[in-house]
Design a protein around this ligand. Structure first.
Ligand code: NAI
Length: 247
């Protein structure tokens, strides 16, 4: 019998992470739904189980390195392996340069940047130890290389995710482990609710294919494609999932 893959998805309680959890499970992978938000994470697990899939919730604060290491250890205890690590949990905003709230600045760096670094390190070490040719996928953003006013720290973290992914890809290649960044444009999830009525989203809508914000399911399906063994040559890449916004 073919061994089922095991995918860990952070931010699995909402938005892109929830949809990714549903897609991976519907394709037969066993999913660890990891999030700070226990109620939302359990709801994702229930939806997967109702559809006949396999999933377990593990609560994690990705800005805590020990918690991320324990997430990976527990994944292996529960399902015996780890094939996919989707470092996706994140927060938005953080405010303008001159009015910067420093607590929010540090929080954004801790979750969006350090959280991804901890996930790459923990999953990379475990995949190497177990001899698994896994894949680590990290959620960046078009805002990792395009600037906009008002989200200073967010841009910094997404630029960091891109370069951490490229750097880790080179180091992990000899172990058969791929590392990829995905860069969505504007995705219709709770993270952008605060921007719903401002001009920035209107200008994004005007530019993209279809004239609408990207659906989180569409991002999830692209992440799944990148995770497949057929994507063996995709590593160190930034895969745009933005309906052409940054083109
Ligand atoms: P979302 O708000 O729906 O989901 C984010 C999830 O991350 C939530 O379930 C939240 O509980 C979790 N989370 C936040 N802090 C956490 C922590 N410290 N530990 C564990 N979990 C934590 O937002 P969305 O849009 O699904 O965001 C997912 C990723 O996509 C983020 O990294 C975001 O920056 C990125 N992204 C989103 C875009 C958008 O337009 N929605 C565009 C480009 C990137």
């Amino acid at each position: 019998m073919e061994t089922k893959r095991v995918a860990v998805i952070t931010g699995g309680a909402s938005g892109i992470g929830r949809e990714a959890s549903l897609v991976f499970a519907s394709k037969g992978d066993r999913v660890i739904v990891a999030d700070f938000n226990e109620a939302g994470g359990q709801e994702t697990v229930e939806r997967i189980r109702e559809a006949g899939g396999e999933a377990t919730f593990i609560q994690v604060d990705v800005s805590d390195q020990a918690a991320v290491e324990s997430l990976v250890e527990r994944t292996v205890e529960v399902y015996g392996r780890i094939d996919v690590m989707f470092n996706n949990a994140g927060i938005g905003g953080a405010g303008p340069v001159l009015g910067q709230n420093m607590d929010l600045y540090h929080k954004t760096i801790a979750i969006n940047q350090h959280g991804v670094a901890y996930g790459i390190i923990a999953a990379g070490r475990k995949m190497k130890e177990l001899g698994i040719n896994g894949v680590i996928i990290n959620t960046a953003s078009v805002f990792g290389f395009l600037a906009s006013p008002g989200t200073f720290a967010y841009h910094a973290t997404k630029g960091a995710v891109i370069m951490m992914s490229k750097s880790a890809a080179l180091e992990l290649a000899p172990h058969g482990i791929r590392v990829v960044a995905v860069a969505p444009g504007a995705v219709d999830t709770p993270i952008i609710q605060g921007y719903k009525n401002n001009g920035m989203l209107d200008s994004m809508r005007a530019k993209v294919m279809g004239g609408e914000l990207t659906k989180p399911e569409a991002v999830a399906k692209s992440v799944y494609l990148v995770s497949l063994p057929e994507a063996e040559a995709i590593t160190g890449s930034v895969v745009m999932v933005d309906q052409g916004y940054a083109s």
